[in-house]
Design a protein around this ligand. Structure first.
Ligand code: FE2
Length: 411
């Protein structure tokens, strides 16, 4: 069974007492509080809206992450735990078939009850029960529950990012272009350019250290790399404007067949959220509609667009192995914290991969089809969530994430 836990059981059992309980209680409170901090920018109405099937209401994210702890931690491991509301399992199960039937994803925005106050009460109820469990668990129970708390917190951090990407999509549909946070600013990024050499050779990728990883990052394994050069920096809006000006969106032979079909069906002429106002490109950001900054890394592009852009430049998207080897060697600027970077690697199991046993085995493995891997992290990724071996994945047309790219070439 692949390891998914940060704290190996032997290390927990070596220090099963006060320190372990305190560490996980504090970590639990910190991560749960970040979710509420992100929600605090939103009105009750903002928290109910679902602007498309792929996006979920903020109140659903807040309830679903709570359901995760209730279902996988409290009900099996907290003696005498009282379920907050037996109807919530149906409403807030996302895709866990083993956890029972669930409400249809595209209709999450129709769930106006429970309202935001009731969801807040649900969170408080579960938080208190987790705190009691951590306080009272015996050593054997503690060893069982810490890995579940840990994956639950990483899961919650993933939903914290989705809360921002999903509300940004909703606000982008609003003609008044609301700001999620008027004080939000684009993160610092590297300027300039240049390429770094990745020598040919056999390298190791995947997670092989201490600490947490998802099962899809294992097993660590060897890969054979060709000699390549990889862009130190992310592709910028300036370069994307050149692509647009050169007819990138109207030149069919730059595009994969599925990508061209999407361009025609959706009328894509620019990245997601871009609009041309009196000849000036603007984009919806977390602080509202802003002029596109030519120097900043491009965001909100699909895999199809990333692939077409790379073809237009005569270069390529990196494989996820090239990306990871380059990142481990310190060759990449803005590897983390600005834009998830599309790779040309399909989201597939690593050699020897086995999904976790039980319901949590549905977390990653069953999605290893029809999606592409993105590496790094974005401006919306919570502190402490990124890793060099992290494998994010989305279907090729998706562009509501903070997704960008960097290029690679072979000479
Ligand atoms: Fe989830």
């Amino acid at each position: 069974m692949p390891r998914i836990v940060a704290s190996a059981p032997e290390r927990i059992s070596a220090a099963p007492g006060v320190q372990t309980r305190r560490k996980w209680s504090e970590h639990f409170r910190t991560v749960r509080a970040e979710t509420e901090c992100r929600a605090a920018h939103l009105s009750a109405e903002d928290q109910i809206v679902q602007s498309m099937a792929d996006a979920s209401p903020a109140t659903w994210h807040r309830a679903h992450t709570t359901w995760f702890f209730e279902t996988f931690l409290l009900k099996p491991h907290a003696p005498g735990y009282r379920e907050f509301d037996e109807r919530f399992g149906f409403l807030f199960n996302s895709y866990y078939v083993a956890a029972g039937p669930r409400h249809a994803r595209p209709e999450r925005g129709l769930i106006t009850r429970p309202n935001v106050e009731e969801v807040a009460a649900y969170r408080t109820h579960v938080d208190a029960a987790v705190a009691r469990l951590l306080d009272s668990a015996d050593k054997a129970t503690l060893e069982k529950i810490v890995p579940i708390i840990e994956i639950g917190l990483h899961h919650e951090q993933q939903h914290q990012e989705l809360m921002l990407t999903d509300i940004l999509h909703a606000f982008a549909q609003n003609p008044t272009s609301p700001a999620y946070d008027p004080d939000w600013r684009f993160p610092a990024f590297e300027r300039g350019g240049g390429y770094a050499k990745i020598p040919a050779g056999i390298r190791s990728i995947g997670f092989d250290g201490d600490g947490f990883c998802f099962d899809n990052e294992q097993p660590a394994h060897q890969v054979l790399l060709q000699e390549a050069i990889i862009a130190r920096n992310l592709v910028t809006n300036r370069e994307w404007l050149e692509f647009i000006a050169d007819g990138g969106y109207s030149t069919h032979d730059l595009w994969l067949s599925d990508g061209w079909a999407k361009v025609e069906a959706e009328g894509w002429q620019a990245p997601g959220y871009w609009s041309n106002i009196d000849g000036v490109w603007h984009t919806q950001t977390l602080s509202g509609l802003k002029p596109v900054d030519p120097a900043a890394p491009v965001l909100h592009i699909s895999y199809y667009e990333a692939d077409a852009f790379a073809r237009w430049t005569g270069k390529h998207l990196p494989t996820e192995a090239e990306w990871e080897v380059a990142a481990r060697a310190g060759l990449l600027s803005d590897a983390f914290g600005v834009a998830w970077q599309w790779t040309r690697s399909a989201y597939l199991p690593y050699p020897g991969y086995r999904a976790m046993e039980g319901a949590l085995g549905e977390y990653n493995g069953k999605f290893m089809i029809n999606q592409m891997v993105l590496r790094g992290s974005s401006l919306a990724t919570p502190e402490g969530h990124a890793r060099v071996s992290y494998r994010n994945f989305f279907p090729p047309p998706a562009r509501w994430q903070f997704s960008g790219l960097r290029l690679v070439d072979y000479r």
